[in-house]
Design a protein around this ligand. Structure first.
Ligand SMILES: [Zn+2]
Length: 458
């Protein structure tokens, strides 16, 4: 990945660096070991040094290696570890993943990350994660000049990325996203063979919001003690139905019986019971059940039986989450802070580094004390008003940086590589980015200045 910058850095590697030119592969390894500390320092500072690269915005020799027919001419596709040699459309890491994914039904999660809060995002990164390994397997970087809004950027990234993966032969069985209406529509209309799942967290959030609003009304205050249980019940319905969509909906609706103190009921001639252990008479007496004819119950019923929600539940029966993608997005801040401006190629390289870091460390074990006990940190949740324990994981390993440096040096040793020419794959597709993010060309300077003056005169 770093190699793609080599043509722009002739002074680093193109010239006869006496140290590098004398090194063979074995020496490179020794060199890396000896310089471990120096490398650590240099690479840990990458986040700033990349920003200093003096790339000419008009230079399109760094156009991405995306060669799939599915992507639009301006698209940038990236892989888990970037396209360091440009040997596949998505790079060596994606190639490796594609080999392991071959012949399997793959379940993916996808989510977008905007580089700034609100609607002023310049870039949107849409990431695809393999649900089995939690590794990021593909990303699409969309610039605001390519789409009309943040939402449109997300949709564009999603569709390009999914098209790319399908084109590469990935057999996608399940795609989990949030409930974005545009992506739902695309999934429904275009990808009819892929099952679309929604992250229950997003759905639960909106259900909770409606219930909190209802319970704040004086006549519905009896709902308030039930809010947390209702939220837990939604998760339980999705988690326990074992993928059975009808059962998921049935379990969710059973709430309306339980909350009235009824734990056994009949529906279409079939008898159902609650799944909790039998309650003692004392428990039954003490619980503040709702009355079926109370306004609180009616308000709850309206939310529980909402047609859209019941439809959404069928997309949540497999209990898939995009939560670990959000963890990845927050760790991406290490490489690309939201409030700093980066040029396109820098943003792309930063994303690739973040993915390499994530993939190298995903699934690391929980840290333990000297006595071998699992470590946790404890924090007070403002939302739930409760103390919660969160696991502490082992420190991340940064060995991928050494691997990266080794690849750079090994490539430098390869006499067949000519650094003075742009990489072949980058010549075939050229990305055309605008000078700025304005959708219309700048008016004449004189007109703008005249407008400025007239505003102040008024
Ligand atoms: Zn019950």
């Amino acid at each position: 990945m770093v190699v793609m910058f080599l043509p722009k850095k002739p002074n680093l590697l193109q010239s006869h660096n006496p140290l590098l030119s004398r090194l063979n592969t074995e020496q490179i390894k020794n060199h890396l070991t000896q310089r471990e500390d120096a490398v650590e320092t240099a690479v840990s500072d990458m986040s700033t040094s990349f920003g200093e690269m003096d790339l000419d915005p008009l230079d399109i020799s760094f156009a991405p290696p995306s060669t799939t027919s599915s992507s639009s001419p301006g698209s940038v596709s990236g892989s888990a570890s970037g396209s360091s040699h440009g040997d596949t459309p998505g790079g060596w890491a994606e190639k490796k993943w594609l080999e392991t994914a071959s012949g399997k039904k793959i379940e993916l999660c996808g989510d977008a990350r905007c580089d700034s809060p609100g609607y002023s995002a310049k870039y949107s990164t849409y990431s695809f994660q393999d649900d089995a390994t939690k590794e990021i397997v593909h990303f699409e970087l969309v610039e605001v000049t390519e789409a009309s809004s943040s939402v449109a950027m997300e949709v564009m990234g999603f569709q390009r990325g999914l098209n790319h993966l399908l084109y590469m032969g990935v057999d996608v069985g399940v795609m989990t996203t949030d409930r974005s209406p545009s992506i739902r529509k695309i999934m429904r209309d275009t990808y009819t063979n892929i099952h679309h799942e929604f992250d229950p967290w997003h759905v639960n959030k909106s259900v909770k919001k409606k219930l909190v609003a209802a319970s704040n009304k004086k006549e519905n205050k009896d709902l308030q003690p039930w809010l947390k249980s209702i939220s837990d019940h939604l998760y339980w319905s999705c988690a326990s139905c074992k993928g059975d969509q009808e059962d998921c909906v049935r379990r969710w609706k059973s709430l309306l019986h339980h909350i009235c103190g009824v734990h056994r009921w009949e529906e279409n001639g079939v008898e159902y019971t609650c799944h909790h252990p039998a309650m003692t008479e004392e428990q039954q007496r003490r619980k503040k059940w709702l009355q079926a004819d109370s306004p609180a119950f009616q308000a709850l019923k309206a939310v529980v039986m909402d047609k859209n929600l019941l439809g959404d539940l069928k997309h949540m029966a497999r209990f898939k989450h995009t939560g670990s993608l959000e963890v990845y997005h927050s760790s991406m801040l290490k490489y690309a802070q939201k409030r700093l401006h980066f040029r396109y190629d820098s943003m792309r390289a930063r994303t690739q580094l973040a993915i390499m870091d994530h993939n190298a460390n995903v699934g690391r074990p929980q840290a333990t004390t000297k006595e071998g006990e699992s470590r946790y940190r404890y924090s007070f949740s403002k939302q739930s008003q409760q103390w919660v324990a969160k696991p502490i994981y082992e420190r991340t390993k940064q060995a991928f940086r050494h691997d990266l440096m080794e690849r750079v040096l090994t490539r430098r040793e390869d006499q067949s590589v000519v650094y003075s020419e742009p990489l072949r794959c980058r010549k075939t597709r050229q990305r055309r980015l605008l000078h700025n993010i304005a959708p219309v060309p700048r008016p004449d300077k004189a007109d703008l200045q005249a407008g400025h003056s007239s505003r102040f005169k008024q």
